[in-house]
Design a protein around this ligand. Structure first.
Ligand SMILES: C[S@@+](CC[C@H](N)C(=O)[O-])C[C@H]1O[C@@H](n2cnc3c(N)ncnc32)[C@H](O)[C@@H]1O
Length: 157
């Protein structure tokens, strides 16, 4: 099962890049994992928020393959414990999901059409985080979930 981590916007900022690289490398020991940074639509600066969200949404829907399992990160989504995330990965692997796409939205969040396409809308917290920090949290939480699945010493309760 492959894990893709998609985000819209700029490259990883240096203040999070080292951590993202580290956790993504660790995560790759369990599942093939890669980042995809989708480009911001042209003329984004001149677009109103709903238009930008819609254009970004079209891009995402274009990139997705029909059998991709989409997890949209959204603060209004379902909250999971780390054990819950581990159970989710286990279930997807058991059900022979080939590819999970974890999607982080741009500055104005995700388009309703993308949220509708998602099989899971996942909230990390009721707080709103900047998308650069969400990248780091996502990589770390996926790695943590994998260590839980393998009973490895990383996650302490
Ligand atoms: C700056 S936030 C966008 C906030 C936007 N105003 C909204 O209401 O969605 C950028 C992206 O980071 C992710 N994000 C931020 N906080 C999050 C949270 N608590 N849980 C899950 N994802 C979050 C989401 O994918 C969001 O689209």
């Amino acid at each position: 099962m492959k894990l893709s981590l998609w985000t819209i916007g700029k490259n990883h900022e240096p203040y999070v890049k080292a951590g993202i690289d580290d956790f993504t490398k660790r995560l790759s020991r369990y599942f093939p994992a890669e980042w995809q940074i989708l480009p911001v639509p042209r003329n984004a600066a001149t677009m109103a928020e709903p238009e930008l969200r819609r254009r970004e949404g079209e891009l995402v829907l274009d990139w997705l393959k029909p059998d991709d399992f989409l997890v949209a990160l959204d603060e209004r989504g379902k909250m999971l414990s780390s054990e819950g995330l581990a159970a989710f990965l286990q279930q997807r692997a058991t059900e022979s999901t080939r590819h999970i796409v974890f999607l982080i939205g741009g500055a104005f969040g995700l388009d309703p059409a993308v949220l509708k396409r998602a099989q899971l809308q996942w909230s990390l917290s009721a707080l709103t985080f900047p998308h650069q920090l969400v990248r780091l949290l996502l990589a770390e939480q996926l790695y943590r979930a994998c260590t839980i699945l393998r009973n490895e010493k990383y996650h302490h309760k």
